[in-house]
Design a protein around this ligand. Structure first.
Ligand SMILES: [Zn+2]
Length: 175
């Protein structure tokens, strides 16, 4: 009996330790959403942040640098990066493509003096966490199967109906 209690104790200790170990990792995470940045822009101004979003629209080159717009679903913001960095991005989201998903580390500016007083992020590093792709125009297999199923069902019903009609002795209103 005592052994069992000890085991439970051990399990509890392990679970609690795991909780303690994982929480500082979460606390250190400086990733934010675009909306959070915009809404609390004064708090984040001049601070290093991490942000994840889809590259959208198109890359606007400015000399050796470039503007890349990212959207994380909550909002969109311009990222100022080197032209070389921007060249690493393959897909930009639009009606036809899903853009590359970028994880950007950089400094947020509430009203960037360098760039006309607009909010932006000056990228210090980024990686592509998920490659973009062409949006699929194909009909999913499940839909085709479902449609085929319904068509067969309709045919069977129609045939049965025809057979029933033919079997009926009195067809006063038919023909
Ligand atoms: Zn700027």
């Amino acid at each position: 009996m005592e052994k069992k209690t000890n085991l439970i104790h051990c399990a509890l200790v392990v679970v609690l330790s795991l909780c303690l170990v994982s929480s500082p990792v979460l606390a250190e995470d400086n990733s934010v959403s675009v909306n959070e940045l915009i809404e609390n822009s004064a708090d984040y101004n001049g601070k290093s942040i991490a942000i994840t979003g889809e590259a959208i629209g198109e890359c606007l080159e400015r000399g050796n640098n470039a503007w890349v717009n990212i959207s994380d679903g909550s909002n969109a913001i311009g990222i100022w990066m080197t032209k070389e960095e921007a060249e690493g991005i393959t897909y930009y989201g639009d009606y036809k493509y899903t853009g590359d998903t970028l994880v950007i580390t950089g400094v947020f500016y509430e009203a960037c003096k360098e760039h006309g007083g607009e909010p932006d992020i000056h990228c210090s590093a980024f990686k592509i966490s998920k490659a973009g792709e062409m949006k699929s125009e194909k009909i999913p297999a499940a839909k085709i199967l479902l449609a085929a199923g319904f068509t067969s069902l309709a045919l069977i019903l129609y045939m049965t109906y025809r057979q029933l009609l033919n079997k009926k002795p009195e067809r006063s209103n038919a023909d």
